[in-house]
Design a protein around this ligand. Structure first.
Ligand code: NAD
Ligand code: MG
Length: 337
């Protein structure tokens, strides 16, 4: 196992950003955090949004000028594309590409569109990635308190010879050099991100919770009890692993739970699951997953909408909604995240 070098405050040259006019396209989770942090750090920032965008008033309230996407790109020489991945290709072709100048830098927070060729920038612009490893609100909160969240940087195209300096200075502007910046590639970031969310975080976890819940309910146990065991207590375990790794988690649960972990975990995630993980990774790497997903969203997403409706009507959701309504501490959880 090789270990990566972690870049910190001394590796960045903040002057690089002082010479840039930045356009942040999109003012959602990431966009709002990036625009506000850079603006507060003294960088020349404008936000590019669609006509009539609901986010515009929030950006103006933060003291940041809001202009149409095309104008923002034309005015700026560092363009951060922070709109949803599913609209980036279209917005890029229609509003960003026609307004780019040679020597501009295009910045992404996720590599999907560039890596899978939905966006193919001309050779005379820098194409870089700065991907903070947290949602925007946490990024903003940590950085404005003088801390930072870790970030990945990557260079897809270095037209000016300064692409890496720009990416590092931008990551520094988000406070991420205080927490550590790791160099990666668009391929590694995109493929591992997709694999993680499919096999482990979203797909793997949801399927595990649902299968556990259904196994208990089908065996005649009460759905409420099954909900507590298979979903509610997940947070306790995840928090322990987040703080101390799997070793820390195992030290805090009972010896019985730890023994059951060793003897039963590998039966649940056995040969068949590992084979599925390998196939999922192969489909991500070959581009087959991206092709299927892009076709889906360009075709009004019929399968996506069907599966979303199915998930929402699963008995686990009905039981959970009822139980969570009585958990007072959850009612204000939204604003804490
Ligand atoms: P988001 O959905 O929170 O933001 C959407 C923003 O884009 C809104 O301001 C919306 O008004 C604007 N927008 C939507 N459609 C538009 C259009 N057609 N033209 C112009 N503006 C439009 O997005 P996000 O979650 O911040 O994701 C932005 C990028 O950051 C993505 O590439 C994503 O993969 C990446 N990223 C997100 C997170 C995260 O935690 N959310 C973390 C790391 C990287
Ligand atoms: Mg420009």
């Amino acid at each position: 196992m090789s270990t990566a070098r972690i870049l910190t405050v001394d590796d960045a040259n903040p002057e690089v950003l002082a010479r840039k006019k930045v356009a942040v396209i999109g003012y959602g989770s990431q966009g709002a955090a990036h625009a506000r942090l850079l603006h507060q750090g003294g960088t020349d920032v404008r936000v590019g949004l669609r006509e009539g965008s609901a986010s515009a008033s929030a950006a103006r309230k933060a003291g940041i000028p809001v202009v149409p996407v095309a104008d923002a790109v034309a005015e700026a020489n560092l363009i951060a594309v922070l709109i949803p991945d599913t609209v980036q290709g279209r917005v890029y072709r229609e509003e960003i590409a026609p307004n780019l100048n040679p020597g501009d830098a295009l910045l992404f927070a996720h590599g999907f569109n560039v890596h899978f060729d939905e966006i193919q920038p001309s050779e005379d612009v820098d194409v870089i990635m700065v991907a903070p490893k947290s949602p925007g609100p946490m990024l903003y909160r940590e950085a404005s308190q003088g801390n930072g969240v870790p970030a990945l940087i990557a260079i897809h195209q270095d037209a000016t010879g300064h692409a890496r300096d720009i990416a590092l200075a931008y990551a520094h502007g988000l406070g991420s050099t205080r927490a550590g910046v790791l160099e990666t590639t668009f391929a590694e970031e995109t493929e591992t991100d997709l694999f993680g969310e499919q096999a482990v975080l979203c797909g793997g976890l949801s399927a595990l919770i649902q299968a556990g819940f259904e196994t208990l309910v089908d065996a005649g146990y009460q759905p409420e009890v099954a909900y507590f065991e298979c979903l509610h207590e997940m947070k306790l375990i995840v928090d322990l692993a987040y703080q101390g790794g799997l070793t820390g988690m195992r030290e805090r649960v009972s010896d019985t739970a730890e023994w059951g972990d060793y003897v039963s975990g590998p039966r649940v995630i056995g040969k068949e699951s590992r084979k599925a993980m390998q196939e999922i990774l192969d489909e991500i790497r070959s581009g087959a997953f991206a092709r299927r997903w892009i076709d889906e969203w360009e075709g009004d997403a019929p399968e996506f909408n069907r599966m979303r409706a199915e998930g929402r009507s699963h008995p686990l959701e009905e039981v959970g909604t009822r139980l969570r309504a009585r958990m007072a501490w959850l009612q204000d959880a939204e604003e804490k995240s």
